[in-house]
Design a protein around this ligand. Structure first.
Ligand code: ADP
Length: 183
């Protein structure tokens, strides 16, 4: 995380504790000696140059990348794994293929499936949650459109809806406003 500045306000209790972690791709160290705590209610921004490791840090927190060193500890009671409780908005648009066969409502519904075990079926509450979040983010008119046919900003709003629809206890947003209009 060369050149990255972190801004952090802290009030107990701790929600997430990152202790001295290291992450590498192949032989390249991307993160080393990274430690910080996140308290409930914290809102943290990480700013830094392209390629400095911000996305890598988020993926490490989500458990998507192995740690070379250190630990990431999350609040008690989250035994099913932190991934199911964090809403994640990836930086990259979902698909650049116009014909990718998924509609907006299906993409958003994936955010409800993430926390389910066993047979992953949508129930009525899931469908209502999808409808509610589509409406909130002004996406109702696009609900049956293919994701690949939408603009970058529209796709980003769909992914934001997917991150929010599962009522996550935390949100990880990777450059969330890059393609969005100011409003
Ligand atoms: P940021 O989000 O700050 O722009 P990233 O975390 O995406 O930075 O990337 C950090 C570094 O790791 C960059 O040098 C990038 O090229 C490298 N990197 C990212 N993903 C991979 C990968 N899957 N394999 C190898 N190197 C990667």
């Amino acid at each position: 995380l060369d050149g990255v500045t972190g801004v952090q306000t802290c009030a107990l209790p701790i929600f997430l504790s990152v202790q001295d972690i290291a992450v590498r791709y192949g032989k390249t160290d991307v993160l080393a000696n990274i430690s910080f705590d996140v308290a409930e209610g914290d809102y943290i921004g990480i700013a830094g140059p392209n390629g400095s490791g911000k996305t890598t840090l988020m993926k490490a927190i989500l458990g998507l990348l192995p740690l070379q060193a250190g630990t990431i500890v999350h609040a008690a009671g989250m035994a099913t794994g932190i991934g199911g409780h964090i809403g994640y908005l990836p930086q990259k648009a979902f698909s650049t293929d116009r014909h990718f066969p998924a509609e907006v409502r299906e993409i958003v519904a994936m955010g409800r499936l993430a926390g389910k075990r066993g047979l992953r079926l949508l129930n009525r509450a899931d469908r209502e949650a999808v409808d509610t979040i589509l409406e909130k983010l002004n996406l109702s008119d696009l609900r049956n459109r293919r994701i690949g046919n939408l603009s970058g900003g529209q796709q980003q709003r769909v992914l934001l809806a997917r991150a929010l629809v599962g009522n996550p206890t935390a949100l990880l947003l990777d450059e969330p406003t890059s393609a969005l209009d100011p409003k």
